[in-house]
Design a protein around this ligand. Structure first.
Ligand SMILES: [Zn+2]
Length: 311
């Protein structure tokens, strides 16, 4: 294939591990590798890839024969609001700083790119400089992934129901001013990680529609303020007098909205029994809750269930 950039190759069979070595079929044979994790089960597919900075990785798909546990909603529920100042704010009141990985590595990247621009086309030194630029990029990516993996793992470990806002990341990236910051923050990757980590453990991941005005609604009395400019971080509800932290209130609304949808679903499922016509042809049991749901608000505090998708 192309000699530049990231490239990969999949082996559907005939890959074995022998001690510290991976045995690939054909001429390649034994290759020394560092295994970061032990695994049980039969190897299905092995994908070997080379990153643009020249490092090789092998990702191993394993069938461990275990069934995915069935979904349950019995337990603690958390709502998560995401932002730029803080990466994530939970309904428990925890705030996680945005690590701004890209910004952190920005100076180094700029320096390496400047060096690259001074190198002659086609020269060995230019190739070397290109690799250095690629290295900074992949360092940034690895730092970001590490952060997202750890945070999503912690949230899934501590909760049974995880509710987030259904974000339109693509739409937001079109806003030029914010594009860099938003791409850097990695919300999309974060929700993907929350979703699969939750599913692996029979926990419930649920997305609440983004049009549900989570920041402007008081989570106590559901009174909604007309405008709340972005610089207002704290506000008091005129109706019930509660003082709100803008982001924590939003996260609490996300959690409450998710719980409301889940209640609605279980009521519907219970009244419909296990009829296979209830949810677009799939058989559902009470207590098992769907994973992805969208709700559309009609008025403040009275959103209706628009459509339910069984995950
Ligand atoms: Zn209120």
């Amino acid at each position: 294939k192309s000699k530049h950039g990231r490239q990969s190759l999949s082996y559907p069979a005939n890959v074995k591990f022998e001690g510290d070595y991976i045995k690939l079929p054909g001429k390649i044979g034994l290759v020394y590798c560092h295994r970061h994790r032990e695994f049980e089960g039969t190897i299905k597919t092995v994908t070997v890839s080379q990153n643009s900075d020249g490092q090789y990785y092998a990702s191993v798909l394993v069938d461990d024969g275990k069934e995915t546990p069935s979904q349950s909603t019995e337990g603690k529920a958390v709502g998560i609001d995401v932002g730029l100042t803080h990466f994530a704010i939970t309904s428990d009141g925890s705030k996680y700083d945005n690590p701004r990985h890209f910004a952190k590595h920005h100076r180094n990247l700029k320096r390496q790119q400047q060096k690259l621009s001074r190198k002659q086309k086609g020269s060995q030194n230019r190739t070397k400089a290109q690799q250095k630029v690629a290295k900074v990029y992949s360092k940034t990516v690895r730092c970001r992934e590490d952060f997202l993996h750890k945070l999503s793992r912690q949230i899934v470990n501590e909760n049974q129901v995880i509710a987030v806002e259904n974000l339109n990341v693509k739409g937001m990236v079109q806003n030029r001013k914010l594009a860099k910051a938003i791409s850097d923050v990695g919300w999309g990757m974060f929700t993907t990680m929350l979703k699969y980590k939750a599913e692996w453990e029979g926990k419930t991941y649920i997305e609440v529609d983004r049009f549900f005005a989570s920041s402007k609604t008081c989570h106590v009395c559901l009174n909604r303020v007309d405008s709340l400019s972005l610089d207002i971080r704290q506000w008091q509800c005129q109706h019930c007098g509660t003082c709100h932290d803008r982001d924590v209130n939003a996260a609490q609304n996300i959690r409450n909205e998710a719980l409301r949808i889940l209640r609605l679903c279980s009521v519907q499922v219970l009244s419909l029994g296990t009829s296979d016509t209830a949810w677009g042809g799939s058989v559902r049991q009470p207590g098992k809750t769907s994973v992805l749901l969208d709700a559309v608000p009609v008025e403040s505090g009275s959103p209706i269930l628009a459509k339910g998708r069984v995950g």
